[in-house]
Design a binder for this molecule. Structure first.
Ligand code: NAD
Length: 275
């Protein structure tokens, strides 16, 4: 009985591509998938971070490669999909972690929306929108041909109601939600029920992209952090490892009838009215 239940969540032997694997959340997800026996293709635009990540992942097992890659370059992503197929024979999982805010696109306290530089708006919406859409096209095409695969996009709390100061980030992550639903529908209708597309909407985790707005240089919480925690029933930030269970669930047979969902992992932030 126990074995039967556990096998539902078994993802060993699968092949996963993780974008943004040099970052905080992508790194933790890569480690967790490796520990579950998955073969991992770790990609990131930053060579140095990727090298460090791959060295860490190799301590778990040797079925891992690191490839520097830009999620905004569709041709090179398609080339990478070919390399992965050649090396591992298939692609079962895609986790789209590359993304985040860009410094100039976060309005300072003393700015308003009319101060926003249009170049920064374009940078952040391009990175988060196309940086998810392009990998879905490059690696999703392999899954469609296989008639099986699981894509997991990364959305945000900034898609349920307005979070001040981050207009471009919020708009592009909201785009990821509808693209997730749209692609889930397209894949199931045209390529079969085994190609599933879902998203996680992480609550507040401390990552490189948001550290400066959540933590003061002296390590104390910023005023914004205090507001976030006041709206989080669990009264804490997420630990980066707390996305891993949801990832394993969504790409396992335990989620075989689940596609097109945006799953919050947020300590109750979206559930709570604040009152
Ligand atoms: P992070 O900055 O630590 O990692 C993001 C990674 O993406 C970095 O390693 C970066 O080099 C890489 N990257 C950036 N541009 C790229 C490009 N063009 N091509 C390839 N790689 C590129 O951020 P994180 O906290 O790990 O966040 C990962 C994802 O989760 C992001 O999409 C972010 O928006 C989302 N998210 C994070 C939080 C949080 O609280 N940390 C909350 C909600 C959503």
């Amino acid at each position: 009985m126990t074995n039967e239940r556990n096998s539902l969540f078994d993802i060993s032997g699968k092949v996963a591509v993780i974008t943004g694997a040099g970052g905080v959340l992508g790194g933790s997800i890569a480690l967790s998938l490796m520990k579950a026996g998955v073969k991992v293709v770790a990609t990131d635009i930053r060579q140095e971070n990727l090298d460090a990540r791959v060295a860490e992942l190799k301590q778990i097992h040797q079925d891992v490669i690191g490839v520097v890659s830009n999620v905004l370059d569709l041709d090179s992503l398609k080339e990478l999909a070919g390399i992965v197929k050649e090396k591992f024979g298939r692609i079962d999982i895609l986790v789209n972690c590359a993304g985040g805010n860009v410094p100039g696109a976060t309005l300072r306290e003393d700015q308003n929306v009319f101060d926003m530089k249009i170049e920064d708006w374009e940078k952040v919406t391009n990175l988060n929108t196309n940086g998810t859409v392009y990998p879905c096209l490059a690696f999703g095409e392999v899954m469609a041909a296989q008639g099986a695969g699981s894509i997991i996009n990364i959305s945000s709390m900034a898609t349920y109601s307005a979070i001040t100061r981050v207009p471009g980030y919020s708009v592009s992550k909201s785009g990821i939600n509808i693209f997730t639903q749209w692609l889930a529908t397209e894949m199931a209708l045209k390529f079969g029920e085994k190609v599933r597309v879902n998203a996680l909407a992480p609550g507040f985790f401390i990552g490189d992209q948001n550290r400066a707005v959540l933590i003061n240089p002296d390590g104390s919480y910023t005023e914004r952090s205090v507001k976030v925690l006041a709206r989080t029933p669990m009264k804490r930030f997420g630990d980066i490892s707390e996305l891993n269970g949801a990832i394993q669930f969504l790409c396992s047979d335990a989620a075989s009838f689940i596609t097109g969902v945006i799953l919050p992992v947020d300590g109750g932030f979206t559930a709570f009215s604040g009152v």
